[in-house]
Design a protein around this ligand. Structure first.
Ligand code: NAD
Ligand code: ZN
Length: 353
């Protein structure tokens, strides 16, 4: 397996109530017309996070609805909104929220400097020009978007990442106090995304000691949080570690299958991963046992029999989506994954969920 250059987020401000210091991470404004664009999950109208950002008159504050996970069209619309109200590029784009809002922030920053529609850049290293300077602020922990190279979006028949060094944040602000308002179930689903990133990284063929070391910490902190007595500070670190581990390895079979049920059945990423992970004993055995213990301890019920109403054409779409995930499947099963994972096997796994 070829070695890859491992890019990391170069600047990080970590600590409770650091949100009030966001300006320290931003490039300086030089004139009165310089501005920043804040892309903020609309849940934060309630938390009034805007009051803590030190907004200037010229800045744009755009709330994004994350009831549905983001699409490339949403990115295109954000770009249009910025270009309509300003005639210069912003000095920075700041994405504030969970994976959805952070990915929208990345997507906007990339598309402001690249022509065409966002869906043209879904894939590996397709982005041509460096993005506008961008800062990520996680307010929900687990996706690891704050640490990763990718920005994941739906477009017509697929869910896929814009995966590029240009789609990694230039700085992130990790303020664990921002997690206080996350509802318990959401906290669990999204944290399990991090747990699964760590498992898939460790158990994959692309693992190396650098990625393993991040993943082991992601795993340890998730287990501590859900089986012993962890803090939100630790959960926020876990998310970062899980994301960083995947930057230098890959996700695996759980993600390849979960994109299928998200696409066809609309399940959000965290819960979709949990539904899938629960049937992956033969791939991730002991980690699946721990996962079930966490479910039990937190009285979380998984949806059952989720593919009961899926039509034959629906299964075809889900299978096509799964087989499109070549890198994760290569990581999970090796370069000959096509010989190992048959269509029938994929259907059998889907039917057990
Ligand atoms: P999310 O961003 O979709 O948010 C889930 C819910 O939590 C939303 O209703 C949101 O409003 C709410 N929320 C967020 N912060 C909150 C807070 N502080 N208080 C109360 N509610 C809050 O969930 P997610 O699981 O973080 O992200 C999922 C998305 O991220 C998917 O689109 C997935 O594909 C993507 N993803 C991206 C990467 C990456 O590396 N870029 C990795 C994994 C997942
Ligand atoms: Zn994930």
């Amino acid at each position: 397996m070829g070695m890859r250059v491992f890019k990391q987020v170069p600047r990080i401000l970590f600590g409770r109530d650091s949100i009030g210091r966001i300006q320290e991470l931003l490039p300086k404004k030089l004139g009165a017309s310089d501005y920043y664009v804040y892309v903020v999950d609309s849940v934060h109208k309630k938390t009034m996070i805007a009051n803590r950002l030190n907004l200037a008159d010229a800045d744009m504050l755009i709330y994004v609805d994350t009831e549905n996970e983001p699409s490339t069209t949403m990115v295109d619309n954000l770009k249009a909104e910025v270009m309509k109200s300003k005639n210069t590029l912003p000095k920075a784009v700041i994405g504030i929220g969970g994976g959805s809002a952070m990915d929208l922030g990345k997507g906007l920053a990339v598309m402001l400097t690249n022509a065409g529609n966002a869906k043209e850049y879904q894939g590996w290293d397709l982005v041509k020009n460096p993005a506008v300077f961008k800062v990520g602020v996680p307010t929900l922990s687990g996706s690891g978007s704050e640490a990763s190279r990718t920005a994941v979006f739906y477009s017509e028949d697929k869910k896929f990442g814009i995966n590029s060094d240009f789609s990694m944040y230039d700085a992130i602000l990790m303020d664990p106090s921002l997690l206080a308002t996350v509802p318990a179930a959401q906290r669990f689903w999204t944290a399990m995304d991090c747990y699964i990133h760590s498992v898939e990284s460790i158990e994959g063929t692309m693992i190396n000691d650098l990625a393993r070391s991040y993943a082991l910490n992601g795993l340890r902190l998730c287990r501590k949080y859900f089986l012993e007595d962890g803090t939100d500070d630790e959960l926020m670190v876990a998310s970062f570690m899980g994301g960083a581990s995947v930057v230098n390895s890959e996700v695996g079979i759980c993600h390849a299958l979960s994109y299928g049920i998200s696409l066809e059945l609309g399940y959000h990423h965290g819960i979709a991963n949990c539904i899938v992970f629960n049937v992956l004993d033969e791939y991730y055995g002991i980690h699946v046992n721990d996962f079930r213990e966490m479910l039990k301890k937190h009285h979380i019920k998984l949806p059952e029999n989720v593919c009961a109403g899926v039509s034959p054409e629906g299964f075809e779409r889900m299978i096509a989506m799964t087989f499109r995930m070549e890198k994760p499947l290569t990581n999970a099963l090796g370069p000959n994954w096509r010989e190992i994972l048959s269509k029938e096997k994929v259907i059998e796994l889907y039917r057990r969920m």
